[in-house]
Design a protein around this ligand. Structure first.
Ligand SMILES: C[S@@+](CC[C@H](N)C(=O)[O-])C[C@H]1O[C@@H](n2cnc3c(N)ncnc32)[C@H](O)[C@@H]1O
Length: 367
């Protein structure tokens, strides 16, 4: 893996040198002259080196290598498809990691390549009951190629009804959906839902009573609608089962309080891997510095809104795809404090209780 990173860095260095070499064509020269000296991906790496080396200590070098390595996808199986997708993927050597409990080799593969974080919490009901053990949905399945196999999935094909067989996403992105522990007839809110990978995973449980899907970005909500129509039969997308909105999620507490059995708060964050790999749409671009600095506050407001939206006894899962303690633990701690002080809401954090069940599947590093 180290070799892979070295060769990437080498390629980047060669590209940089090429840019500095004088060119005959004026257009190229101009491009080289205006080329940013500090691309956002380099700024992201500098930032992570500074913060994560302190936060993660000795673990940081290996996590750094994983973050800079080729991304490894999981294929979320679409139970609505008529094709025998799982069998097809198994024939290619893939395994469903959500039902794989004794494959240490495979679990470490997934864990070192992902940087997601999720914490679940329960809003205390009048009865103040202890948390029941988490029941993972057996219907959320995600296939991955085995350890050291970086084969790519073929594009999913439509079945006879035009529905695609699987959706490619980071394997760890399935975790928040499992951790939500959706049960039969639950009223569920997905507060920041676009482009819809986790919504799709939640729908795989096929037991949700009503699903409310929201994302403040209208363009991303349109993408989400396209995703749903490519994977889910129309009868599951009617007004009685699903509502799609584009509200500012931070205001949800003013719209619908004490309503949902389960709330997923999958917030915008520094998306660490993307920030290291892609200069386009990168939160570390100089012109997005303000937006980046405001992320923890936005995350806090979204989580508080999600907490307010949950019914007494309801559960909330907060998830990000960053390793940042400022965007994970600190946000959760502040939200718990403010929920109690400002809204009189008590929360039980079920981080450990969630991990105890899922840790057989993925490796976790607690911060
Ligand atoms: C990490 S992405 C969500 C990914 C999605 N859950 C999935 O699995 O495909 C975060 C989303 O939050 C949305 N967002 C940002 N600010 C928001 C707000 N104030 N209210 C609701 N959504 C917001 C962004 O548009 C973005 O789509």
């Amino acid at each position: 893996m180290a070799l892979l990173v070295d060769s990437r860095l080498l390629m980047r260095r060669v590209r940089d040198l090429r840019c500095l070499t004088p060119r005959r064509h004026r257009v190229k020269e101009k491009w080289a002259a205006t080329r940013t000296k500090h691309p956002p991906t380099s700024l992201a790496l500098q930032h992570f080196d500074a913060t994560y080396s302190i936060q993660l200590g000795k673990l940081w070098p290996s996590v750094r290598v994983a973050l800079l390595s080729e991304r490894k996808y999981g294929a979320l199986l679409n139970n609505f498809s008529h094709d025998a997708v799982l069998a097809g993927l198994e024939a290619q050597g893939c395994r469903d990691f959500t039902s794989d409990t004794d494959t240490e080799a495979q679990t470490s593969e997934v864990s070192t390549e992902e940087e997601s974080s999720c914490v679940s919490m329960k809003k205390s009901g009048a009865d103040g009951q202890q948390l029941p053990p988490l029941q993972l949905s057996p219907h959320i399945k995600c296939s991955v190629f085995p350890r050291a196999d970086i084969a790519r999935f073929k594009p999913a094909r439509p079945d006879m009804c035009g529905l695609l067989g699987y959706y490619l996403m980071d394997a760890a992105s399935v975790l928040p959906c499992l951790a939500l522990g959706v049960q039969e007839g639950h009223n569920v809110l997905d507060l920041c839902a676009a482009p819809g990978g986790k919504t799709l995973a939640l729908l795989q449980t096929q037991c949700i009573g009503f699903l409310c899907v929201n994302d403040s970005s209208v363009s991303r909500t349109l993408r989400l609608k396209k995703v749903l129509h490519s994977y889910v039969p129309k009868q599951f997308l009617n007004d009685e089962k699903l509502r799609i909105t584009s509200f500012d999620g931070t205001k949800w507490g003013e719209i619908e309080r004490d309503t949902f059995d389960r709330v997923l708060v999958d917030v915008p964050c520094t998306t660490d891997r993307h920030s290291l790999m892609e200069d386009d749409n990168n939160i570390f671009s100089k012109n997005r510095t303000g937006e980046r600095r405001k992320l923890p506050q936005l995350q806090l407001e979204l989580l508080l809104a999600g907490i307010e939206a949950a019914c007494p006894g309801g559960e909330i899962v907060y998830s990000t795809c960053t390793l940042s303690q400022t965007q994970n633990l600190s946000v959760v701690e502040q939200a718990i404090y403010l929920a109690r002080e400002q809204h009189g809401i008590n929360l039980q954090v079920s981080h450990t209780h969630t991990l105890n069940h899922i840790s057989e599947i993925l490796w976790f590093f607690g911060t």
